[in-house]
Design a protein around this ligand. Structure first.
Ligand code: ADP
Ligand code: MG
Length: 707
């Protein structure tokens, strides 16, 4: 039996179509205005409804000048007492007005002769603007103003005035008129609420139309504090609806992916078993469990989309290699994608070394590979025969690279990847109507609620156990003034045959300064530690140079590696047991945890020394405390979420992982678990409300990666 049809379905589609009408359907909107609005992403009436004000101004009542304080934005009314053009560095028009309770200066740097003629002593003005402290009492620079005549003495705005995000050539006044028209349309067309009243009651959130009216035209006396912070129930209601739409859209995407055709990879596991015996260690229980989850996915004739979360050093790469061998044994190609050239090279080296005994060739498609050699590699990849495993950066999926028999894509350290990129990769790997399996590995674990929000289209596996025999890393936080002790620690660690890293400050403002600092530190350490072999790696080196330095560090030909944060992810040198991070107060928790994860990979006791420069901000102190108190990546990430909010954590700033109109993952994080519950309710009980809800928020155009 099919799900009961919602009685709302019919009127719904008609109304949905109406709210999706182009802005040009509104009175006074022609093509040129429509083009300007399009720059703000506004194409339909509905887009206007969901264009939320950035802030509000209270023009609902006239404020006595005497009660104004600097910083207030207010409407005032008074009579001009004095108007004069003055020359104080610049020519300017100064107008003094008074309302009996006090006086105030209006200051104009730009004014016309007409304005000057109008602003005469005795004229009554109504003004709006921000009062600030001037040379004599309060002043407003370039206020909005008009003549106030006795007839409108009492008339003011009847709601708070919204201030919308600006776009070139569209004035605030115009946006206010347009949103008023859109609200009237919403009323006229009875725009439907796709969230069932029961659900809203439970959440204590208002119905859609009330929420829209409130956010666009808050009533006089509305509390500006929650409104400004985006925490008013009317705003929360809209954010909730948007988050729900995204959640449902990802869930739907996941269902669709499951319904697609993929390659069922059924093998005896001979290659994988041979590889296992060559490893010299047994997989941990967590590795076994996650591998089993992956293999179960690979056997099914629909594409896997699985995220493996595991702390640094938990052994994700080995698991990935085992999965890859199943695909290879089944006669297919595997693409392994790393976030940087350096990591791609390292993965390639690992795989080459691991798979040489099995006689499985591994190709590295790096930026360095050019000309004829590159063309030959590309041809082989396309033919799909001689290169079962191809390693590279995202360049693997650029135009010009074609895979002949791709069945598995492995993405390492994916926290920089959004849904769109995941979907693009899929499309790229399409061969004979079948999609490749995708395995995504991340060392930046994300708390569960957030993972379920951002990655609702993925299945998630967790490697929650470290290989045995690792001694926990000791983390020590110390001021820069104790640098000498740190240098002594390095000397003694290296004297006993261990290796160390020294990570130089991250200088966001300038790559140039960053590498200069690294060179200076290198030079100073060479002087301070004459007995040691010291290398230097930073982003300015050519890939070949960088690779050579990393390789000699790995071979133990260098005792100390001075580096910028280029070594952040993935570098694996088990003999390194000491990590020094300079200016650690400038780094984020995820980054610090990644850096720390470069040590503690062997059996020796490892330490991480976090050097900081005073003064420490409150946030920096908290971060360093977290680092000192736990080695557990999940705990670090939980605390990170608390301290920073999820936007940063997910890297949404860079990738546009989840692009929201209204919701803000940081601000609205507390809604997420209820969003997930609501998604269940919608799927179970209101399936017919889902398509129009998705149309409202996600739109047909941006359906993730689907064409
Ligand atoms: P991750 O990518 O999760 O940070 P890696 O896969 O690079 O971790 O593994 C870190 C190190 O641990 C590597 O040297 C790897 O060979 C080793 N390793 C992986 N799994 C195990 C295991 N089960 N027992 C012992 N060592 C392991
Ligand atoms: Mg790794």
């Amino acid at each position: 039996m099919s799900a009961p049809r919602s009685p709302r379905l019919r009127p719904a589609s008609a109304a949905a179509a109406a709210e999706l009408r182009p802005v040009t359907a509104l009175k006074g909107v022609g093509d040129s205005l429509a083009a300007k609005l399009a720059k703000l992403g506004i194409e339909s009436v509905q887009d206007l409804l969901f264009l939320l004000p950035l802030r509000y101004e209270d023009r609902t009542h006239i404020v006595p000048i005497g009660s104004l304080t600097a910083g207030d934005r207010a409407v005032i009314e008074g009579e001009i007492q004095l108007a004069e053009v003055a020359f104080r560095r610049r020519r300017q028009l100064l107008v003094r007005i008074s309302d009996g309770s006090g006086f105030l200066t209006l200051r104009f740097f730009y004014f016309t002769a007409l304005q000057q003629a109008q602003l005469q002593r005795g004229v009554r003005l109504r003004c709006f603007g921000e009062a600030r402290r001037g040379t004599v009492g309060l002043e407003i620079v370039h206020p909005e103003y008009r003549r106030a005549d006795s007839t409108d003495a009492q008339r003011t705005e009847d709601s708070l005035t919204p201030v919308y995000p600006a776009t070139e050539g569209v004035q605030q006044g115009r946006l206010r008129i347009l949103t008023a028209l859109a609200l009237a349309e919403a009323e006229r067309l009875q725009i439907l609420d796709w969230l069932p009243p029961l659900l809203l009651d439970d959440l204590g959130l208002p119905p859609l139309r009330d929420a829209l009216t409130y956010v666009h035209r808050p009533p006089p006396g509305a509390d500006l504090v929650p409104l400004t912070l985006g925490l008013h129930p009317a705003q929360r209601r809209l954010a909730f609806e948007e988050l729900l739409a995204h959640q449902l859209s990802l869930r739907q995407l996941r269902e669709e992916i499951r319904a697609d055709a993929g390659w069922p990879l059924v093998t005896a596991g001979t290659l994988a078993n041979t590889f296992r015996t060559s490893l010299g260690f047994a997989l941990t229980g967590a590795q076994e469990r996650v591998l089993a989850e992956i293999l179960a996915d690979l056997r099914v004739p629909s594409p896997m989309l699985r995220l493996v979360q595991g702390d640094v050093g938990s052994g994700k790469t080995v698991v990935a290699a085992l999965a890859a061998l199943h695909a290879v044994e089944a006669g297919f190609q595997v693409a392994l994608m790393a976030p940087t050239e350096l990591l791609a090279e390292q993965h390639a080296q690992n795989f080459i070394q691991w798979l040489r005994p099995l006689k499985i060739p591994v190709a590295l498609l790096s930026g360095k590979l050019t000309g004829r050699a590159r063309q030959m590699t590309l041809n082989a990849i396309k033919a799909g025969v001689d290169v079962p495993i191809v390693v590279g950066t995202h360049a693997l999926f650029q135009d010009g690279v074609r895979f002949g028999r791709l069945a598995l894509v492995i993405i390492d350290e994916q926290h920089r990847f959004g849904v769109q990129q995941r979907m693009a990769l899929r499309e790229k790997g399409l061969v004979d109507g079948k999609f490749p399996h995708q395995l995504i590995m991340t060392a930046t674990p994300i708390p569960r609620t957030l993972a379920m929000t951002a990655y609702a289209d993925l299945d998630v596996s967790i490697i929650d156990e470290l290989p045995p025999g690792r001694t926990p890393i000791k983390t020590v936080v110390l001021p820069e003034s104790r640098r000498d002790e740190v240098v002594a620690r390095i000397a003694s660690a290296c004297a006993s045959g261990r290796q160390a890293y020294w990570v130089c400050p991250l200088i966001e403002e300038s790559e140039e300064l960053e590498y200069q600092a690294a060179e200076a530190t290198h030079a100073a350490l060479v002087v301070a530690l004459p007995a040691l072999r010291i290398g230097l790696a930073h982003g300015r080196l050519t890939p070949t140079r960088k690779e050579a330095v990393m390789a000699s560090f790995k071979r133990g030909e260098l005792d100390l590696l001075v580096a910028t944060t280029v070594i952040e992810v993935g570098v694996d040198v088990p003999n390194a047991s000491l990590m020094v991070v300079e200016n650690s107060e400038r780094m984020g928790l995820a980054q610090l945890h990644q850096l720390r994860g470069r040590v503690g990979r062997g059996s020796a006791e490892s330490s991480c020394l976090l050097l900081y420069k005073n003064p420490l901000s409150q946030l920096a102190r908290q971060r360093l405390d977290v680092m000192r108190s736990t080695n557990d990546g999940f705990e670090v990430s939980r605390r990170d979420l608390e301290l920073r909010g999820p936007g940063e954590l997910l890297g949404t700033r860079q990738t546009g992982l989840l692009q929201m109109k209204v919701a803000d993952l940081a601000r609205d994080a507390d809604l997420l678990s209820r969003v997930q519950q609501a998604a269940e309710v919608m799927l179970q009980q209101y399936p017919n409300n889902i398509p129009p809800l998705l149309r409202r928020w996600i739109g047909a155009r941006e359906r993730y990666g689907r064409v």
